[in-house]
Structures are given as C-alpha cells and as structure tokens.
Ligand binder design. Structure first.
Ligand SMILES: Cc1cc2nc3c(=O)[nH]c(=O)nc-3n(C[C@H](O)[C@H](O)[C@H](O)COP(=O)(O)OP(=O)(O)OC[C@H]3O[C@@H](n4cnc5c(N)ncnc54)[C@H](O)[C@@H]3O)c2cc1C
Length: 590
C-alpha cells in the first residue's frame, strides 16, 4: 500500500513534468526571445539551430533535453545578463531558467519548457590575484577549466571533485570538495558574488556591505539573482596523493571503519575519499566497471544507450602526465570494477543473510586521497589503520590532474539520471549505524529493481559532513544551511539513479523517496530509543542541496529559512527569481 502511494505521488510529479515537455512557446515567450536577441547582439538560439540544439543536448541528465525552451540566450557579459533580466521583468508569465554546467538532473532547475534558457557558457574564465590569494571565477565552463587555470600557481580553490561538473550551481548550492575537510564547503570560501539582481542592477555582494545577504546566498541556490562572477579564497595545494588501499576484512569491520573515518574527518582534514556504497541493478556494475576501466567500449556504450558524445573538455595528455593519469585511472578502474562486483556479492549475501556477509572476510578496495606526498598510516582514521591491508597503490599527482580524471569517464556518458539526498547524524553509540543504513538501502532497492522497465543502477555514495564544516561556515559569516561549529558530525548520502529508458523516471523517483522516507523513520526510531537510554542523537540534519531531488524539501530543512525568506522578498519584491525560475525557493515557505 505504501509503495502504491509512493508510485502515485511520483507519477503525479512526472505527469506534470512530461505535460510541460516540449510545450509550444506562447506568443509572449516568442516576443521575449526576439526582444532579448535585439538587446544582446543576436546571441540567441532557436530550435533547429546548431547552437540551440547543442546546448539543449548538453545536460548530465539526458532526459532534460525533452523540455525544450522557446529560445536559448547566450549572454557574454554581466551587462548582457542585466539586459535579459530587465526584459524578463517586464514580461510577466514567461518562465526562464539559468544554466551553468547543466549538471543538476532536476527538471526545471537549469532547464525550462517553452520559456527562456539563459546559458552562461560564454561568461567564462578564471583569473588569479596572487597578492590577495583570490581567484575570480566566472560561471561558464567546468571545474576542469578552473583547476587547469590555477595549476602551477601553487594555490587551489575549494571546488568540484570531478572536472566535468558545472561551476555556478555547484558553488551556489554549497559544494563539497576534496579540500572541504581542511577549508569547509565551497560556498563558505566565496568572498564576493558579482550578481545581477531582479531589477537588473549589477551588484558586488560581499561581507563588508551585505552581511545578511552573504549568509543567505551561501548554500541557498539561485534565489537572489544571476551570479556572473565569484571571488574565492585560494589555499596552497601542490602535491596530492591518490591511492587505493585494499583491506581483507569482514563487511562489518569495513563499514565500522568507514563510519569511524567519517566521524573523525575533523581530526584528519587532509584525507578524503569518494565512497560508493552499494549499487544494485542488472548491468549496472558491468556498466560502471566498463566506464571506469576505460575499456575502449565507451563509444559503443554511448551508441547502445542512444546518447551523443558530450562537449566536455578532454584531458590534455602530455608525456609527463600520462603516467600519473594512467595510474589514477587504473586505481579508479580497479576500484569500480572490482569493488562493486565484490560488494554486490557481499550485499546480495547480506540481503539474504546479513550475519553471514558480516562475518565472512572479503576484499575491500578503498580509493583514498590525501593532500600531501604520503598519508600517515592512520590518516584515514584509527579503525582503517587497524584493518589488515593487503595492498596499497598510490600516485603523487598535481591536484588538477586528480580533478581531470572524470573528464574521460563522463565524456560519452549521458543517460537519464535522478538525484536524491539524505543527511544523517553520526551516532557514536552505534558504530554500525552506516551498516543499518546500507542494509535498508539494499532491502528497499532490491524490492524496486524488478519494477524497472529498462536496466538501471540504484546507487549510494557516502560523504562525510563533519562539525568542522560549521566552524568554517561561522568563520566566514555563516551560511544558509545554518551550520555551526558546535553541531554534531554528520554524513550526507548521495543517492543517484541511472537508467536507460525515460519511462522509468517515475519508478526511480519513487524508489528514492521510499528509501529516504524509511531512513527518516529509522532515524526517528533510533532517536527515541537513544533518548530513553539517556543517549543523544544529533537532530538538526539539513538536506544538502547539491545532491537533492526535485521534490525534496531542502529549504524547509534549514534552521533560519524564515529569516532568509523575508530577505529574499526584500531583494526580489516582484518574485522574478522566486516564482518564475525553477529550483529550491524560500518563497515556498511564505
Ligand atoms: C557527475 C557529478 C559529480 C558531482 N560532484 C559533486 C561534488 O563533488 N560536490 C558537490 O557538492 N556536488 C557535486 N555534484 C552536484 C553538483 O554540485 C550539482 O549538480 C550542481 O547543480 C552542478 O552545478 P551546475 O553549474 O552544473 O548546475 P546547473 O545544472 O547549471 O544549475 C543548477 C542550479 O543552479 C542555478 N545556477 C547555476 N548557475 C547559476 C548562476 N551563475 N547564477 C544563478 N543561478 C545559477 C540553476 O539555475 C539551477 O537552479 C555532482 C554532480 C554530478 C552530476
């Protein structure tokens, strides 16, 4: 009954989205497009034109191309953006969206049906001011472009972990980085936003002049204006260690070590990892394994899935780098190729019989990263240090190279995708809590898998979210999530769904919702029981916008959202950004 309700809700959302897909542009939308074209030197594309079609295809979630804007504006400066915003302001009822990298898989966020898409790809470039240690980053392009520009300066910014990811959405929503253990969320390292406000004015928003607005803009997405330039703090980062340690232990030992690592990131801030948990699904392991191993089958995979090569930057291979690159690729390839196969086996056993999987030793390869030449043995926490490690391979690379690995992985990879997230407290008196989460994930996922019409992958990725993020946030003046240094440690789940047929979209949405609903119930139950035993479970666990799904109540989960809702209304009294562009909005609260 519960699952019927979940499917029904998801179907309703998707029916609404599909009904909007490819909607014929209204006369008002067409006139708005023409007026914008006149104002910005005809840098506007219409359906059927190469510029339009290329941009409309360039989404991480290939399903978004079906929405189809009436036109796509390609501003080249903040002044162009200002002209567009002023025109939109006069034209009530014409919807619009702002797109930086197009990596949000959520329909209507950086995509729009029948309205105006403002694609920021031509507002691009990174400049480094050595004297101030500040990087000025424009929202067009991808993280690889930024890291490449900073490479060789000895300084880096807190930015995307994968080179292919877009810049604007990542920074505005919060942004977790390999450097976050040391410096916090990316948004908490922004010192100035050059922003086009709803009235078309171009304002440099900074801490000195706009204290409250700065706090509200850090981690609240696209609610206050269109950002045309970010000024970010930089930090000395030169050599970076990327490795794979393989442990021979039981699943229970592995998961407890993982939880220990996440619980203690504040104590070993230079360490980092990308930690896929389970990933059940017919073909998905083969799919991911093939991709990461770079078997040369990428083109055929792309053809099979009907996707087109994406316009993402290629890794520049020079003779000195290629060895590093190959080392990292083989490390990541081994991890994704081996780990997921092994893990699914363990997971499948676990699904039938958790105790057997938990007591049978198995191999657990873990990709690890460290800001420095060689991580100390306990760099990833005491419990990992105590596990029997059977091998370690590592390579010292520059940071930009680490970020660029993904360019090759995702170059040909574009399928329908969904995102979802959940923030969980680290519960020190339950060292196997992460195992409970993963058991639930398997049980829920296995029950949804047979409902898919095509093949799909139901994924789970763990991201540490320690209390130190709150310390960094407070030191910068606070962020919209309301993180504080006195908070408990947390971890954030990224729950991606990858599938082949768009017909599976409602099922994927329903699966994610079912899982997070049951997680909420599990945490509630544990909290009540812990309280009865006199033990504390951290209760403020705001959702992480970067990884959230369309229907998730991200803004409502922030502790000061009512205060920011009032500020948003003050800055955007006509509701231009609040009501006419998609994304997560404070306006839904008032
Ligand atoms: C493969 C992959 C890897 C990822 N890795 C990470 C990671 O390591 N860490 C992490 O935190 N997140 C990560 N994410 C999540 C990522 O941060 C979000 O998907 C983010 O939205 C991507 O930024 P974008 O510029 O491509 O967004 P878009 O899809 O272009 O935009 C997302 C939202 O931001 C708005 N927006 C974008 N630019 C502007 C602007 N300049 N002014 C106003 N509004 C704007 C859009 O209107 C939209 O609402 C990853 C996502 C993917 C798909």
């Amino acid at each position: 009954m519960a699952s019927f309700h979940v499917i029904y809700q998801a179907l309703a959302i998707w029916t609404l989205i599909i009904s909007l897909c490819g909607a014929k542009p209204t006369t008002a939308a067409s006139e708005t497009c023409d007026e914008i074209a006149k104002a910005i030197n005809n840098n506007v594309g219409y359906p059927g034109e190469p510029g339009y079609d290329k941009e409309n295809r360039d989404y991480y979630n290939s399903g978004l191309s079906a929405l189809g804007p009436a036109c796509i504006a390609f501003p080249t400066s903040a002044e162009d953006v200002s002209s567009i915003v002023k025109i939109l302001g006069k034209r009530e009822g014409v919807p619009f969206a702002v797109k930086s990298g197009g990596h949000s898989p959520n329909p209507g966020h950086s995509s729009v049906s029948g309205g105006v898409l403002i694609a920021l790809r031509e507002i691009k470039g990174t400049k480094f001011d050595k004297a101030k240690s500040i990087a000025y980053v424009k929202p067009g392009g991808h993280w690889w472009d930024v890291m490449k520009a900073l490479n060789g300066t000895g300084q880096m910014i807190v930015g995307g972990r994968l080179g292919v990811v877009g810049i604007g959405g990542y920074l505005l929503q919060g942004g977790v980085s390999f450097l976050s253990g040391q410096y916090g969320l990316a948004a908490d390292n922004i010192v100035e936003y050059e922003t086009v406000l709803a009235n078309g004015s171009i304002v440099n928003i900074n801490q000195e002049r706009h204290k409250d607005l700065m706090t509200a803009m850090r981690g609240s997405g696209s609610q206050f204006g269109i950002v045309t330039k970010f000024a970010l703090k930089t930090y000395p980062v030169s050599k970076y260690w990327v490795g794979l340690r393989t442990y021979n232990c039981t699943r229970e030992q592995y998961l407890e070590a993982l939880q220990d690592f996440m619980a203690n990131l504040a104590n070993h801030p230079k360490a980092s990892t990308l930690l896929p948990g389970g990933s059940p699904g017919l073909g998905n392991n083969a799919l991911l394994g093939s991709i990461f191993k770079g078997l040369g089958s990428l083109s055929s995979l792309a053809e099979t899935f009907g996707s087109k090569p994406k316009d993402v930057p290629k890794v520049q291979r020079d003779s000195t780098k290629s060895q590093d690159m190959m080392a990292i690729e083989s490390i990541m390839g081994t991890f994704f190729g081996t780990h997921l196969f092994d893990y699914e086996k363990a997971g499948a056993q676990n699904y039938m019989d958790r105790s057997a999987a938990n007591s049978t030793p198995s191999l657990f390869p873990v990709p690890l990263l460290y800001d420095g030449c060689k991580p100390p043995s306990d760099a990833f926490g005491k419990k990992f240090a105590q596990l029997p490690m059977i091998s370690e391979v590592g390579s010292i690379v520059d940071y930009a190279t680490t970020i660029s690995v993904s360019n090759q992985i995702f170059e040909y990879f574009s399928t329908p995708t969904s995102f979802r997230t959940f923030t969980l407290p680290i519960i020190p008196h339950r060292p196997y809590f992460i195992g409970e989460v993963e058991d639930l994930f398997y049980n829920v996922s296995m029950s949804w898998l047979p409902k898919l019409k095509s093949i799909g992958s139901l994924g789970l990725v763990y991201q540490p979210f320690p209390h130190s993020f709150g310390k960094h946030a407070e030191a910068s003046g606070g962020n919209a999530m309301g993180l504080k240094g006195s908070d408990h440690d947390r971890f954030v789940l990224e729950i991606p769904g990858v599938y082949i047929s768009s017909a599976d979209a409602p099922t994927m949405q329903a699966w994610g919702k079912d899982f997070t609903d049951r997680l909420a119930a599990l945490v509630k139950d544990i909290t009540v029981k812990s309280k009865a035993e006199g033990k504390i479970v951290g209760e403020y666990n705001p959702l992480f916008m970067n990884d959230a799904g369309t229907d998730q109540e991200v803004i409502g989960s922030y502790r000061d959202s009512q205060k920011f809702a009032a500020l948003q209304k003050e800055v955007d009294p006509s509701g231009l950004f609040a009501k006419r562009a998609g994304g997560y909005k404070f306006a839904t609260l008032v």
